[in-house]
Design a protein around this ligand. Structure first.
Ligand code: XMP
Length: 516
């Protein structure tokens, strides 16, 4: 086994919204880490062979009935432990200290006074002071034996504590969030200095490792991959192709709700890269089934089910395929093991949901340990074209959830043209990579306008552009008025059937990114 996985940190998740951020910070330090739910068995924890353990924050109090608890054996593995917020309280609770239940939360910025600039705090804090982000109710009333305070704030006499002998640490604040500017340094001190990890996690070694693993798993058998043209499935396909070459057949289904010229572009790109690509134009079938359907969830279901049907049929023609390649990413994996279960489903998000169970294929998911930015880095490592790697996300149900109401041919034509203008202008302005998603939406209303001397009664297009880290929350992008002006002029002048353009200035939450 290559050594990319030998230097590793385990993060136990107690339900904090920031747990993934901890993992990202550790990975950014080129040290491999994974998140396990707090109730992962001791055997599983030991089998992971971590060099250090991080206990995440979480919304509970250690005294709550049903609070996520672990026992002593989990932390007494002979490796360093860092407890963050709830993790620190839990460490205190387990080791025989006292946690005080408090009704008042300490929330927001705080000034941390660091007692010694060493160990966890080596190189942190000017004049012994550092800004940190607090978000906790309970506090440490009495530290367990062997611990001493290594930092305090006005409100928390024990804002950080350490048992240097056993290398157990606790911090009341959140080093993983951007509001703790030197938090990255603190986590790196833990990972490098205290756990002794070396920065071995990099994209070249991942590709090499992964290619070997895929070869071992697939052998001389056949695999299929549903290619959407998006970043995840594209990188997964290229990686698997690198491993097994022509034993991989990619199936690209045109579902009739793709963007302008997309079907042609995807085919060109992947054929150029030497992939075995099967193009299936099933647009008539999809559009026929979408006739008269207005409900967004119904549209999603129809598109999802029809995709499975078409894909299954095509895959059968690929002689004896036993494997299905999917671009599943780490955030999907973590969500599915979370002890609280998947977060409430607001929209049914599934690209190819149901495929593996129905088709009895074994899954190949080479990206299931990676975050999105790592997937992009892998793509770059494999010399994939920037057009694919830097692509903004595009939903599986495509333009169908951007045409409010019924999806029809004429409406698709209008939306495709308007959307192409939005993307073209965003790219021209150099904003495409900074914006998470930018697109056009066709509204189901008509408004009055005037063109020349004529009164018009035509469609309205909304421009949606958001910034985001992961699509979970998003803010509307502050794109310049001039650019909005150019897009609006072009859409109204060039797209027949549109006489008004509006800009969506809603954030998520409470709105969503897509309109349906
Ligand atoms: P919302 O609209 O929920 O979207 O804020 C969050 C992210 O998910 C994408 N999205 C989907 N992706 N199938 C998908 O594959 C879907 O049904 C779907 N709905 C939304 C959306 O584009 C954004 O990136």
């Amino acid at each position: 086994m290559s050594d990319i996985h030998s230097e590793r940190i385990l993060i136990l998740d107690f339900g904090s919204q920031y747990t993934q951020l901890i993992a990202r910070r550790v990975r950014e330090a080129k040290v491999y880490c994974e998140i396990f739910p707090f109730n992962a068995g001791l055997d599983k924890v030991k089998a992971f062979r971590p060099k250090g353990l991080i206990l995440s924050g979480g919304p509970s109090s250690v005294y709550d009935s049903g609070a996520p608890l672990i026992d002593k054996a989990h932390i007494e593995l002979g490796i360093p432990v860092l407890g963050i917020c709830y993790g620190m309280q839990l460490l205190t609770h387990i080791e025989g200290g006292m946690v005080a239940k408090s009704t008042k939360r300490e929330y927001g910025r705080a000034e941390l006074s660091i007692h010694e600039n060493e160990g966890l705090f080596a190189g942190v804090g000017e004049g012994g002071k550092a800004v940190v982000w607090m978000s906790h109710g309970d506090r440490i009333e009495k530290m367990p034996d062997g611990f001493s305070a290594i930092a305090h704030t006005d409100n928390s006499p024990t804002a950080a504590m350490a048992d240097e002998k056993r290398k157990f640490f606790g911090v009341q604040f959140h080093p993983e969030v951007a509001h703790t500017p030197q938090g990255v340094q603190i986590l790196r001190n833990f990972v490098y200095g205290i756990c002794g990890c070396k920065p071995t996690w990099n994209m070249a070694s991942f590709v090499e490792f992964s290619v070997g693993e895929i070869r071992k798993a697939v052998g001389s058998r056949q695999a299929v991959c549903g290619l959407s043209g998006g970043v995840d499935s594209s990188v997964a396909a290229v990686l698997v192709h690198k491993a097994i070459g022509k034993q991989l057949t990619c199936i690209f289904v045109n579902n009739g709700v793709l963007r302008k010229d997309e079907a042609e572009k995807v085919q060109e790109t992947f054929k150029d890269m030497g992939l075995n690509l099967k193009y299936v134009d099933a647009s008539a079938k999809f559009l026929d089934r979408l006739k008269g359907v207005e409900d967004p969830e119904k549209k999603r279901k129809i598109i999802g089910n029809t995709f499975i049907e078409v894909f299954e049929q095509e895959a059968h023609h690929v002689g004896g395929a036993e494997f299905l390649v999917q671009g599943t990413l780490y955030p999907d994996v973590i969500e599915s093991v979370s002890f609280k279960g998947p977060s409430a489903i607001i929209k049914s998000h599934h690209n190819v949901g149901g495929l593996p169970e129905k088709m009895k294929l074994k899954l190949v998911e080479p990206l299931r340990e990676l975050f999105k930015d790592e997937v992009r880095a892998i793509g770059r490592e494999m010399k994939m074209h920037g057009d694919i790697i830097d692509r903004q996300p595009f939903p599986g149900p495509g333009l169908a959830i951007r045409i409010l109401g019924e999806v029809t041919g004429p409406r698709l034509r209008i939306l495709r043209e308007a959307d192409a203008i939005v993307i073209e202008e965003i790219k021209k302005a150099g904003l495409y990579r900074d914006i998470w998603q930018s697109f056009a939406v066709l509204l189901p209303i008509k408004t009055v306008g005037v063109m020349g001397d004529e009164r018009t009664y035509e469609n309205v297009v909304a421009i949606r552009a958001v910034t985001s880290q992961d699509g979970m929350t998003a803010d509307w992008a502050r794109i310049p008025y001039e650019l909005l002006g150019v897009m609006s002029n072009r859409i109204i002048n060039e797209v027949k059937g549109v006489n008004r353009v509006v800009f969506d200035i809603s954030s998520k939450p409470p709105s969503t990114i897509e309109w349906e």
